[in-house]
Design a protein around this ligand. Structure first.
Ligand SMILES: Cc1cc2nc3c(=O)[nH]c(=O)nc-3n(C[C@H](O)[C@H](O)[C@H](O)COP(=O)(O)O)c2cc1C
Length: 315
């Protein structure tokens, strides 16, 4: 692993998960990461206000890069301008979203196979002298070598780095990472390349091939909040401590969210997706009761039982 990888640890954007509130709690517990936000979008002709509200000029501006999803220079510049107005001077372009409604509107991973649109966006980037741009993309829409259609444009873009998620859009978020294709991409790419996909332990970070300039982790940081902290301090938290960190984060998150959300169902609709991810990393049914909660009273009772039973879960 190259030494500089320690300084290039990015938290991946996860809609509904790595939100402004989550970032605030994560930063307080494990300072030092750089975050890329879930994408800001144009909806019904306007920059979506909810996305802007999730950017906190005070706490985010130092360590957070807003991400935008755009189908061309017009949408792109409107979203970049909105981020700049909030005080940010770095922007990441999404060329990886796999969802058909975005792809059919020429956004997200559609850009990997659309060198013309990418070229038009690259020209727009060049108009912003003092903004640092970056790119996040997939290997392709339905084949792992489709990035070759746009590599020339990517190499000519005024960007600081590229994060590559080692799947095609068709794979969504599951299935094997194509490391060979990722390495081919890294070798062909003129910019520093960040490795993204299934990074959930320090061991996996250390196993990243030397062609990469850093790592970006999404689900792995949500379910192991200490991930980058363990790397930078050369420490290892055991399974129980991992789960306790997660629970502590969610308790703090519930406090932050309860100040701005109304009612149990809104609060639970924000909290339970974290537990859905966590369920994949725990023994079967360990968090079944939490996931079934329909009121905060039931959620808190289930959570209390879960934490007292941690040592019996075989962790
Ligand atoms: C629920 C969810 C939401 C996501 N939202 C975004 C997003 O807004 N922008 C983006 O570029 N990628 C998004 N992704 C993709 C992740 O950033 C990342 O590329 C993918 O999860 C693989 O990395 P991981 O295995 O470390 O999670 C999302 C993934 C998931 C599972």
């Amino acid at each position: 692993m190259p030494e500089q990888i320690k300084y290039n640890c990015l938290v991946a954007p996860l809609q509904g998960l790595t939100t402004g509130a989550w970032r605030r709690v994560h930063r307080a517990m494990f300072p030092g990461a750089t975050y890329v936000t879930p994408f800001l979008r144009i909806e019904r002709g306007d920059v979506r206000q909810r996305d802007l509200n999730d950017l906190d000029p005070e706490s985010d501006v130092e360590d957070t890069i807003p991400q935008v999803i755009a189908n061309g220079p017009d949408e792109f510049s409107r979203l970049v301008d909105a981020a700049l107005e909030r005080g940010f001077n770095r922007v990441n372009l999404n060329a990886g979203c796999p969802h058909p409604p975005q792809i059919s509107r020429h956004r997200g991973s559609a850009l990997v196979c659309d060198a013309d649109r990418l070229t038009a966006i690259a020209s727009e980037m060049a108009r912003y002298g003092d903004v640092t741009f970056s790119l996040k993309l997939r290997l392709g829409i339905d084949a792992a070598d489709q990035w070759r259609e746009s590599i020339e444009v990517i190499n000519s873009m005024p960007i600081e780095w590229v994060a590559i998620h080692g799947r095609t859009a068709r794979q969504m978020y599951k299935g094997d990472i194509d490391i060979e294709a990722m390495e081919q991409f890294a070798q062909a790419c003129a910019h520093p390349v960040i490795y993204n996909g299934n990074i959930n332990s320090v061991g996996r970070i250390r196993a990243v091939p030397a062609d990469f300039a850093g790592v970006m982790a999404g689900r792995g940081v949500v379910t192991r909040p200490s991930l980058f902290h363990e790397l930078s301090t050369d420490t290892k938290v055991d399974e129980q401590a991992r789960v306790r960190d997660f629970v502590e984060m969610l308790n703090r998150l519930a406090d932050v969210l309860s100040q701005r959300l109304q009612g149990d169902s809104q609060l639970l609709s924000h909290l339970l997706p974290y537990w859905q991810l966590m369920a994949d990393t725990l023994p079967p049914r360990a968090v079944k009761e939490i996931l079934k909660s329909r009121t905060m009273a039931k959620y808190n009772a289930a959570l209390a039982r879960f934490t007292t039973q941690l040592s019996h879960l075989g962790l």
